[in-house]
Write a protein that binds this ligand. Structure first.
Ligand code: NAD
Length: 469
């Protein structure tokens, strides 16, 4: 469908309210239903959710079991779920806007990725024995695609799943589970346990769990890793996809128009809330002045506002806490006179203006700022290797971008930078299930890459032996 048709389909769902979440083993949950609000307009209550409690997690663990169906049947069911997602695109886009603040283009790309994950893993479902029951714990920034990607991989390999979506985005996850059940995934093999970090902690300590797939921050991954060591079998597979301090180098031979467009997309699409987003730009000193003028000119053209409008480039950040943290970072830079460009924000909603901050180098960044903030440093040609060393010294290794027209330099730099995903003369975003799998190194993830040929192996029984070695 065209963007206009998609926008109309979304609007048809605007008055729809989602009540609660289907929690298979949740009869024991005594928590009150709580509202889920729209980050673009917090007075808009999108629906309600009942968080799981400790007793719920225990019941779910007892009820959980692997999906003992032949591989062909699992494959058929997962493809049927993909069909259901595609058929229900209006509801999905409406939820991606209202619950997660996604723009139309982001929402379209996210549904595509979720469907691709289902079909890709379905095609690789085979008779290899499953591991058992997996905990799948996901973030809010791709509330459909990452949630589905983890769950589909675990199910395709024949595992049961205890799925915990991020606390900010339980509604879209609950609809995804609904469609997976409707397609034929048995209830015991897929149970949704909404809640905050405590619920995730209870799941990763539950004895029924024989593997953990996690996507989120590096800090949470480290906590879960310790919990697995304390509570579960030492061979328990742990697949973690985590944060990054992603850099791009633009040298003086780069095509400026191409580089500026790629940078704006890489830093500000999804309001900078992609794990792959560009955080630290290095521009060669002899082009820096003109280049930054072009870059700020391109930032002037960005439209921030209601994510349902076709012309919107930047929607809100996810919640009040995220906004407060990013704004505090910008204000600290303002106090030091390092803000090169920023803009006013709407009063209502969790919007943060795209912002450019000058730094000396990537070592100035203590942590990932998960929003539309780009940091920029300059470098001299003779210091290129020192820049690469500084990037590697962060310990993260998620995405890295290079803009140059010197062929030897492409080889020199990409051989030295430690990053799971390298982007040369293009924007630094995106993964393509099946052909461009995505995953990090170092503090950015354990591998294997999601959407790649090795990923399903970690969900199979022999993975236990591998990780025990
Ligand atoms: P987060 O770590 O705060 O939360 C992720 C999930 O973990 C949530 O469901 C949360 O409730 C749960 N959780 C929190 N504490 C837990 C605990 N002690 N035990 C078990 N589960 C717990 O991350 P977030 O803010 O939701 O997501 C943003 C982060 O995710 C960023 O750092 C981003 O870079 C990263 N991310 C990485 C990738 C990737 O592919 N590498 C993709 C998307 C997001």
């Amino acid at each position: 469908p065209t963007l206009l048709a998609i926008e109309a389909a979304c609007r048809a769902f605007d008055d729809h309210s989602w009540q609660g979440a289907p929690i298979t083993a949740a009869k024991a949950a005594t928590n009150p239903a709580q509202p889920v609000c729209n980050p673009a307009d917090p007075s808009d209550i999108v629906g309600h959710v009942i968080w799981a409690d400790a007793a719920t997690v225990e019941l779910a663990g007892k009820a959980a079991g692997r999906w003992d169906a032949p591989a062909e049947e699992r494959s058929k069911v997962l493809n049927a779920a993909a069909d259901l997602l595609e058929a229900n695109y209006g509801e999905i886009f409406a939820l991606l806007h209202r619950e997660a603040g996604k723009t139309l283009l982001d929402a379209v790309a996210e549904l595509r990725e979720a469907v691709d994950f289902l079909r890709y893993y379905a095609a690789r479902s085979d008779g290899a024995p499953a591991r058992g029951v997996f905990a799948c714990i996901s973030p809010w920034n791709f509330p459909l695609a990452i949630f589905i990607g983890q769950v589909a991989a675990a199910l395709a390999a024949g595992n049961g799943v205890l799925a915990k979506p991020a606390e900010q985005t339980p509604l879209i996850a609950s609809r995804a589970v609904h469609w997976l059940h409707a397609a034929g995934v048995p209830e015991h093999a897929l149970q949704l346990l909404p809640g905050a970090g405590e619920v995730g902690a209870a799941i990763t300590a539950n004895p029924a769990v024989q593997g953990v797939a996690f996507t989120g921050s590096t800090q949470t991954a480290q906590i879960i890793h310790k919990s697995i060591a304390r509570h579960l079998d030492p061979g328990t597979p742990f697949i973690a996809e985590t944060g990054g301090l992603n850099a791009m180098i633009v040298d003086s031979t780069a095509l400026p128009e191409q580089a500026v467009q790629a940078i704006v997309e890489s830093a500000f699409q999804s309001a900078g809330q992609r794990c792959s987003a560009l955080r630290c730009l290095y521009v060669q000193d002899d082009i820096a002045e003109d280049f930054l003028e072009m870059l700020t000119g391109a930032m002037d053209a960005l439209v921030m506002g209601d994510p349902r409008q076709i012309e919107t480039d930047l929607g809100p950040v996810v919640d009040a806490e995220a906004k407060a943290g990013i704004v505090a970072h910008i204000e600290a830079a303002q106090a030091q006179g390092r803000v090169v460009k920023t803009y006013p924000t709407p009063d209502r909603g969790f919007f943060v203006a795209p912002t450019l901050i000058k730094i000396d180098g990537i070592a100035d960044l203590e942590q990932e700022i998960f929003g539309p903030v780009l940091h920029v440093a300059t470098f001299r040609s003779q210091d290129l290797d020192a820049v690469i060393d500084a990037i590697n010294a962060t310990g993260y290794g998620l995405t890295f971008g290079l803009m140059t027209r010197i062929d030897d330099r492409v080889q020199h730099v990409t051989e030295r930078v430690q990053a799971g995903n390298l982007y040369v003369n293009r924007n630094q975003i995106g993964a393509i299930v099946g052909s461009q799998p995505f995953g990090g190194e170092g503090l950015s993830g354990t591998g294997p890459k999601a959407g790649g040929p090795l990923y399903l192996d970690r969900f199979r029984a022999h993975a236990a032996k591998e990780s025990a070695q």
